[in-house]
Design a protein around this ligand. Structure first.
Ligand code: NAD
Length: 265
């Protein structure tokens, strides 16, 4: 099935690597103009822009730290200045700083909450303001779409990663509360909760011996690929998903079915 995002402008945070990169490419293939936000890796972001240009698409890279209010304002400002509007936000940026609970520093707690939760708040707030200002542009059935990147750890407790799990638990209720608040304006807010997907954030567990242990947690029997998430991300912001509001779509090969509880006897 061909999904079209023709005429729409999308900002993807953390678009220079992993899931964000794949989502940028999928959106561009569907006809969207893409703003590839990056934090530090300008070359990687330029590479995504180049790939999009090579297939006749339209894109630009913008550096911004999603945890900084002024950076997020600049990200949206530059987007609107260059392309005139924004129709889709994928609040995808995220990070981990892992430690056992008693050893976790306040710096590592703050850094993860700031990027993973405050970053989503700041970006979503700018998106809602932009959608309201520009109104119905006639490019989609809703006036704007926000897609939050959560994690199975919005639900599954994760010892050694309490800052990350707390941030994603926060994303779940940020997403649904915001969805409830803006649905009447035809702004759709949803989330994706990936399981274990092969990207830079989890190289340590998706390669080598770690991968075998990980597979025990995945009923479907394979580690996810960025494309699995990008396909869901494309569907959720398209008009095919026009009646999907305030939902978290788990893209996890069944990880949240808790396979450890399967009774083989
Ligand atoms: P990744 O490390 O490739 O992507 C994270 C991106 O966020 C990077 O491009 C990074 O530069 C960017 N980023 C970090 N801090 C930032 C900041 N302050 N401002 C702007 N950008 C910043 O890993 P990924 O797997 O592609 O992760 C993308 C999202 O998916 C994250 O939110 C992550 O929590 C979530 N996720 C990933 C998995 C997985 O298995 N890969 C599972 C569940 C959730």
């Amino acid at each position: 099935m061909q999904i079209s995002l023709q005429g729409q402008i999308a900002i993807v945070t953390g678009g220079s690597s992993g899931l964000g990169r794949e989502i940028c490419l999928a959106y561009a293939r569907a006809g969207a103009t893409v703003v590839v936000n990056f934090h530090h890796d300008a070359d990687a972001a330029d590479d995504v822009v180049k790939l999009i240009s090579q297939v006749g698409g339209n894109a630009m890279a913008v550096q911004a730290d999603v945890g900084q209010e002024s950076d997020v304002a600049r990200l949206f400002g530059q987007t609107i200045e260059r392309f005139g509007a924004v129709d889709i936000l994928v609040a995808n940026s995220g990070m981990q700083k892992d430690a056992r609970f008693a050893e976790m520093s306040i710096e590592d707690w703050d850094a993860v909450i700031k990027t993973n939760l405050t970053g989503q708040f700041l970006c979503a707030r700018s998106a809602v303001k932009a959608f309201r200002l520009q109104g119905d542009r006639g490019v989609s059935r809703s006036i704007g779409k926000i897609l939050c990147m959560s994690s199975v750890h919005q639900t599954i407790p994760w010892a050694g990663h309490v800052n990350y799990a707390a941030s994603k638990g926060g994303v779940a209720l940020l997403m649904s509360s915001l969805a409830q608040e803006v649905a009447a304006e035809r702004i759709r807010v949803n989330a994706i909760a990936p399981g274990a997907i092969r990207t830079p954030i989890n190289e340590a567990v998706t390669q080598g011996d770690g991968a075998e242990k990980l597979l025990e947690l995945i009923p479907y029997g394979r580690i996810g690929e960025p494309e699995d998430v990008a396909n869901a991300a494309l569907f959720l912001v398209s008009d095919l998903a026009d009646y999907i509001v305030g939902t978290t779509l788990f893209v996890d090969g069944g990880m949240t079915l808790y396979p450890g509880f399967e009774d083989n006897g």
